[in-house]
Structures are given as structure tokens and as C-alpha cells.
Design a protein. Structure first.
Length: 283
């Protein structure tokens, strides 16, 4: 009887120890590697212009998902709200602006933003329904520009590069204004009273003799910059479209991964194939 009781007690003790061992292993498992399996994806909300920015982000979305990043894309049709929403933390980053515009916004509004990295360039085009070439523009022709002062330096530099005007010596051409025109051989009239998103409509309505339009608005409204523009900004333009974030966020892993994907060969090839040179990747 004593042997029977001893054997029974030993069996219970072994089972108890085994159970404790199993529980310990499960606890260790939860506290170590298997915790990664249950780790939730990081959500990254990026504000972007419809075209080409949001289109590029949509292409990057499934690639980022495989890296544990759920990309949410908030689209905008203007140049003001994306920075306001970035400051108010409604979005984590935005992708719609070039460096000179970001710098002007920081200067004018006191935003604590930084450039996390460049993705592509959208060459500005000169469009006209009346004339086929720049040489055809007549004496006193009216040229429509954006009312966004941050666009003026770029647009005037384009007009200078094409030989239509000459800017004053020694000025910062990225910040040039209409008053900085030094030579205007054909006495062109410059109208800078139209919002950038409305310039395509002005072109379609045959307003003015020539209209300078940012490629994202042109593409978004069915224009092909390469085919429809009578002249196009050189591909070496310094106006790179960037990912902007609040200062300090540029070091976040999800922001770094976003830039890595957007500048990958897969996305670069997609940009070139989709827009045939009207949008140009930076790398």
C-alpha cells in the first residue's frame, strides 16, 4: 500500500513539474520571438496631390504592407492644406511640394518641417492653343503664370532658359519675381493672378497667348506635358518633389522605409513607364 501511494505521489509530482515547465516555455515564448508575430503593422498617413503623387504612393502601398507599414493616402487639390494638416498632426508626412516651396512655407508660416528626401521632378510646361512654338509668340503676347509667388522663380527661370526674357544679374533665381525681369525683348505682358490649379482651365478657355502649368495639374486634367506643351522645363531642374515631415520624424523607421521604397528601381521604372518622361525620378 505504501509503495502504491508513493508511486501515485511521484506520478502527480512529475505531471506537475511537466506542466510548470510547459507554462514556463509558453511564457518565455510570449516574451521573446513570438511576440513579433502578433505585432501590429505601423500606420503611416501621407498627404499627397492626386497626380502623380497619390498614384505613385498607391503603387508603393503593397510593397510597404509587406514591410509592416499600412499606408493611408490623403489626397489634396491645393497647396495649402497639406502643410496645415502636417503641422496639426492629421497626417504623418506629405508628398506634393518641391524644396523652394517648402522653404518659403517654413519662412512664412514658421513650420518646423524638414525635407526627408526627394522622389521625382515634374517639369513645368509652356502651353498655348494659339501658337505652336515659342518663336511664334508675338510682340506684346500675354503669358499667364501661377499666383503662387513660390512658383515665380521657377517659371521665370524657365522663360529665361528658353530665351524669352533675361533676369537681373546676381539675384537668387529660385526667389525671382516679376520685378526682377531685366530684359523683355518682345514686351510680353505677364498675368500672375491665377491659382495654380486653375491654370489648365485658363488654357482650355484659350485665355492669354501662353500659359505656364505645373505638370501635376496638367496630368491631373488630361494633358500630356510632352505632347501638349510647346516647351518643357529641362529634366535637370532643381525643383525636386519631396517627402516633408515634422522635424525629428525623418529618422522614424517607417519614414525611412517610405523613402527607400519610393526611390527603389521598381517605383522608378513605374514612374518612367507611366508618364513617359513627364515625371522623372530623382535617382
Amino acid at each position: 500500500m505504501k509503495k502504491l501511494l508513493a508511486g501515485l505521489f511521484l506520478s502527480i509530482l512529475v505531471l506537475a513539474l511537466a506542466a510548470c515547465g510547459t507554462d514556463k516555455k509558453e511564457d518565455e515564448k510570449s516574451a521573446s520571438g513570438d511576440q513579433t508575430d502578433s505585432k501590429e503593422n505601423v500606420t503611416l498617413k501621407v498627404g499627397a496631390s492626386n497626380t502623380p503623387h497619390a498614384v505613385i504612393l498607391e503603387k508603393a502601398k503593397p510593397i510597404l504592407a509587406k514591410e509592416g507599414i499600412d499606408l493611408e493616402i490623403e489626397t489634396y487639390t491645393d497647396y495649402v492644406l497639406p502643410n496645415q494638416d502636417l503641422e496639426s498632426k492629421d497626417i504623418d508626412a506629405n508628398y506634393f511640394q518641391h524644396i523652394p516651396y517648402l522653404e518659403l512655407q517654413i519662412k512664412d508660416n514658421g513650420y518646423d518641417f524638414v525635407n526627408a528626401g526627394g522622389v521625382h521632378i515634374e517639369p513645368i510646361g509652356i502651353y498655348s492653343k494659339k501658337y505652336k512654338t515659342l518663336e511664334d509668340l508675338p510682340e506684346g503676347a500675354t503669358i499667364l503664370l501661377s499666383n503662387s509667388v513660390s512658383d515665380h522663380g521657377r517659371m521665370l527661370s524657365l522663360l529665361e532658359a528658353k530665351g524669352l526674357i533675361k533676369l537681373k544679374e546676381g539675384i537668387d533665381k529660385t526667389a525671382a519675381e516679376l520685378k526682377d525681369i531685366d530684359e523683355n525683348p518682345k514686351n510680353f505682358k505677364f498675368d500672375a493672378n491665377t491659382a495654380p490649379e486653375m491654370l489648365v482651365q485658363m488654357y482650355e478657355n484659350d485665355e492669354g497667348d501662353a500659359v505656364l502649368i505645373n505638370s501635376n495639374f496638367a496630368i491631373d486634367n488630361g494633358l500630356n506635358p510632352i505632347e501638349d506643351a510647346i516647351s518643357l522645363e529641362d529634366k535637370e531642374s532643381p525643383y525636386v518633389n519631396i517627402i516633408a515631415v515634422r522635424a525629428g520624424d525623418e529618422s522614424k523607421p517607417e519614414i525611412k522605409k517610405l523613402l527607400e521604397v519610393l526611390t527603389s528601381k521598381e517605383i522608378q521604372d513605374f514612374i518612367l513607364e507611366e508618364w513617359k518622361g513627364a515625371v522623372v525620378p530623382v535617382k
